[in-house]
Design a protein around this ligand. Structure first.
Ligand code: FE2
Length: 307
């Protein structure tokens, strides 16, 4: 993190300063990677997800699984998993990270380690890159078939409290969203899918969940209010959101804070183009603690509880 932060822009919500947070529990940073650079490995108790924005060869190795990723792909670097970031392409690559860092700071639970070692001839030696222990298609080969699970593999990767699938490809998310294009969807969330742990169906992390959302041309959502805090990254199309009564116009690759407690709704600003949104939410934390609360307004303006 010390090394990689040099070319990161951290989105600090001035309302939460001096805490470095975008919403109360989540931290967002846009990162630029130069061509062909690989940062040294590190690990931390913080969970993170990285979403590719530009460049086809963003790179993250997670616990020996080398993952190359492009726009819209989501890569998990779970708590205490060694990872090193970089770019294997000849072009600059930009990605955005979302971390539960502010939550771990409130809990006094943030731990960082930078001295990555591997065994060599019976001795532990420091390394600047991770040796691959898995093939680069391991996550997809193992978990890319929804509803089917290889019985001969160990699915307990890392702490066992997060998804063992370390990359979710945009192409598959897009295909799933596309398959429901003609569905009514949710009046509050349109066509929205969750990135889940393929082994148990839970959120990818115990603290954070990630959502892919399609707003069809001209589509808008009805107002809703929840106490989960969210960060929304539009990466295709343009439109606006009303958050706490204020209008925020957005386009790729803005980031919109949806703080818990504020009423919000989204509008696709185009009558011919889709809008695709990536959303990170601290909803699993609130659900685990029994705090979660969500309500929405109907088309008639009546307020109803939503699950
Ligand atoms: Fe990290």
């Amino acid at each position: 993190m010390d090394d990689s932060e040099r070319r990161s822009i951290v989105l600090v919500n001035p309302g939460l300063a001096p805490v470095r947070a975008t919403v109360s529990t989540l931290y967002t940073a846009f990162r630029l990677n130069d061509p062909r650079e690989i940062m040294p490995p590190h690990r931390h108790s913080i969970n993170a997800a990285r979403i590719g924005l530009t460049g086809e060869q963003n790179f993250t190795s997670v616990e020996g699984e080398p993952i190359t990723f492009g726009p819209g792909d989501v890569v998990l670097t779970p708590a205490n998993a060694w990872h090193n970031h970089g770019n294997q392409g000849d072009d600059f690559a930009v990605n955005v990270s979302i971390l539960d860092l502010p939550l771990t700071e409130v809990l006094n639970a943030a731990v960082f380690e930078h001295d990555y070692k591997e065994e060599e001839n019976g001795k532990m030696v420091s390394r600047r890159e991770q040796s691959a222990r898995y093939t680069d298609d391991h996550s997809y080969k193992t978990y890319g078939f929804g509803g089917l699970r290889p019985r001969f593999l160990d699915h307990h990767r890392g702490t066992g409290r997060h998804s063992p699938m370390y990359v979710y490809r945009w192409e598959r998310t897009r295909e799933l969203l596309e398959g429901f294009r003609d569905h009514d969807g949710s009046p509050w969330d349109a066509i929205q899918v969750e990135y889940t742990d393929p082994v148990n169906g839970r959120a990818a992390y115990p603290t954070m969940t990630f959502l892919g959302q399609l707003l069809r041309p001209g589509e808008s959502t009805l107002p809703q209010q929840q106490n989960a805090s969210q960060i929304m990254i539009p990466f295709h199309g343009n439109g606006h959101s009303i958050v706490g009564g204020k209008r925020f116009d957005w386009e790729p690759f803005d980031a919109v804070a949806l703080p818990g407690g504020e009423w919000y709704q989204h509008f696709n600003g185009s009558v011919s183009e889709d809008a695709n949104l990536f959303v990170a939410s601290d909803e699993p934390t609130l659900k685990t603690l029994g705090f979660y609360h969500r309500q929405g307004k109907t088309a008639d303006g009546e307020i109803i509880m939503l699950n």
